[in-house]
Design a protein around this ligand. Structure first.
Ligand code: HEM
Length: 156
């Protein structure tokens, strides 16, 4: 496969993966809400597993693009918006731990008691984390567009 085709395929994969992750965040904030049921716990639990898989794939494809494709590592490693994007994505990953832990806790509680429903205060807390993730996620396309156009180059 020639270089241009590899670059194109990585770019397509990158976009599909980030849209899928945005979809998962939207799904989770839609399901984790006051009045959610045991069925909702099972649905969101399944989807949350995909959150981790997609995030790992985005890191893999993203770094492959930065190292092997388009402009080369020297360009990205000297670009402030590239590092802002990586740092923001890392913070989103850290924020996602809290909702994941509470979902696991609810799944365990549901196994022991079919009638279990999540506590209102834990739902509110998980939603706060999800909203923060969504807000930070919105910065990523802006950072990506700036870096792709050569803004934020650092003369190190
Ligand atoms: C570790 C994570 C990531 C890495 C290493 C990474 C890396 C890259 C690279 C190397 C490009 C090519 C830019 C160019 O054409 O010069 C790119 C483009 C892009 N990335 Fe990422 N990315 C990551 C995560 C994300 C995430 C989570 C989003 C979510 C919105 C995202 C959105 C975009 C967009 C929209 C572009 C296209 C920018 C444009 O051409 O205007 N990336 N990324």
């Amino acid at each position: 496969m020639d270089f241009a085709a590899a670059d194109l395929h990585l770019a397509i994969a990158h976009h599909l993966l980030v849209f899928a992750l945005a979809g998962i965040l939207a799904f989770e904030i839609g399901v984790i809400r006051a009045g959610m049921t045991g069925k909702d716990i099972v649905r969101v639990g399944r989807v949350d597993l995909w959150y981790g898989i997609l995030a790992a794939a985005i890191v893999l494809v993203g770094f492959s693009r930065a190292i092997f494709a388009a402009k080369g590592w020297a360009f990205y490693s000297h670009n402030m918006f590239f590092w802002a994007k990586i740092a923001t994505f890392a913070v989103i990953g850290l924020l996602s731990i809290a909702p994941t832990l509470v979902i696991l806790r609810w799944r365990r509680a549901l196994k022991g008691n079919d009638a279990f429903v999540p506590e209102a205060n834990r739902i509110r807390r998980a939603r706060r984390f999800l909203w923060l993730e969504i807000l930070l996620f919105a910065l990523l396309p802006a950072f990506a567009a700036a870096m792709a156009r050569g803004y934020g180059m650092m003369n190190l």
